[in-house]
Write a protein that binds this ligand. Structure first.
Ligand SMILES: [Zn+2]
Length: 310
């Protein structure tokens, strides 16, 4: 009997050890999973980081409209970039990962936020890129809300100020290109402010506009992989930044994540000296999205989403 009891105790002890080992292994696996998810949502500007969306992206925008601040308001259609098919009808939804709050990455300390446009457009031309012969207006007038009646430059500034506050509360140093609407800053001026501030990232805040009132959703503009004016490091960082900003905004606001667009004819991108992205927060030509972007709740949600990228 004694021996059998001893044996029983021995096997119970053995069983307990095995169970403890299994629980420990599950624990380690769970921690690894969380770590890898956090890394996936963190800004990593190394060129080998998660690749930006495929070059075969379909456009959400008809480039003859005013999808971004750098696109000329002239009637001449903007050249269609090689990565952008001509159709404007297709608006693809993409996966939107849930954002994971992260500590500020060590390599990003200073962020320059550029609220797009200003009270009066600047028609004086300026070179589209360093050394380029192609001239574009200093700053276009932007779009406006079909339902809210707000101007794009107003909404851009309101969200930018909320984003500034959130990023500062998370320990970043934020430099604003403007904090009021009545300024005179061309797109080159804005890029130079980011460079002079020694910013690690340059985030440009805009709203979209199209003739089709049904199109809605968030997307970002960045450089193509072959942009001749930017370094490979800046290009890769910019494309990664586009993905992060779009996905994190969409995850918080529930807006559609549209395919990001990559073009090399945007003055404020080509003159940048650090990773840069133009966030098109939504369409002011879509009544529902316009009212969302004009509301305090909508703006807070957008700013929170964008700030979750860091
Ligand atoms: Zn704009």
């Amino acid at each position: 009997m004694k021996n059998r009891k001893k044996q029983q105790r021995l096997s119970i002890g053995l069983l307990t050890s095995v169970l403890v080992l299994i629980v420990a292994l599950i624990g380690i696996f769970a921690v690894k999973m969380v770590e890898s998810r956090q890394n996936a949502n963190r800004v990593d500007l190394t060129p080998t980081a998660t690749p930006a969306p495929a070059a075969s992206s379909k456009p959400a925008a008809d480039t003859s409209s005013k999808p971004a601040e750098d696109v000329s308001s002239a009637k001449v259609p903007t050249p269609v970039p090689t990565e952008t098919p001509a159709s404007s009808s297709a608006v693809a939804e993409t996966e939107t990962p849930t954002p994971v709050p992260t500590e500020p990455p060590a390599d990003v300390k200073i962020i320059c936020i550029d609220p797009g446009h200003e009270t009066t457009q600047i028609t004086d031309p300026e070179p589209m890129a360093p050394g380029s012969q192609e001239m574009k207006p200093g700053v276009t007038s932007g779009t406006e809300g079909v339902a809210s009646g707000k101007t794009e430059y107003q909404v851009n500034l309101e969200v930018s100020l909320l984003l500034r506050d959130l990023l500062e509360s998370r320990g970043y140093q934020v430099v604003m290109t403007r904090t009021v609407n009545d300024v005179r800053l061309s797109n080159i001026d804005r890029a130079k402010i980011a460079t002079e501030a020694n910013a690690d990232l340059f985030i440009r805040i805009h709203c979209n506009g199209l003739e089709n009132p049904d199109i809605n959703g968030v997307l970002c503009y960045g450089p193509t992989e072959a942009n001749p004016y930017l370094s490979q490091e800046v290009i890769a960082g910019s494309r990664r930044l586009c993905q992060l900003l779009r996905d994190n905004q969409s995850a918080v606001t529930g807006q559609k994540a549209l395919d990001n667009l990559f073009e090399d004819n945007m003055t404020g991108i080509n003159w940048a000296t650090m990773p840069v992205s133009i966030v098109e927060m939504g369409f002011m030509t879509n009544a529902q999205e316009d009212l969302f972007m004009a509301s305090a709740e909508g703006q807070q949600a957008i700013a929170t989403g964008l700030a979750n990228s860091f």
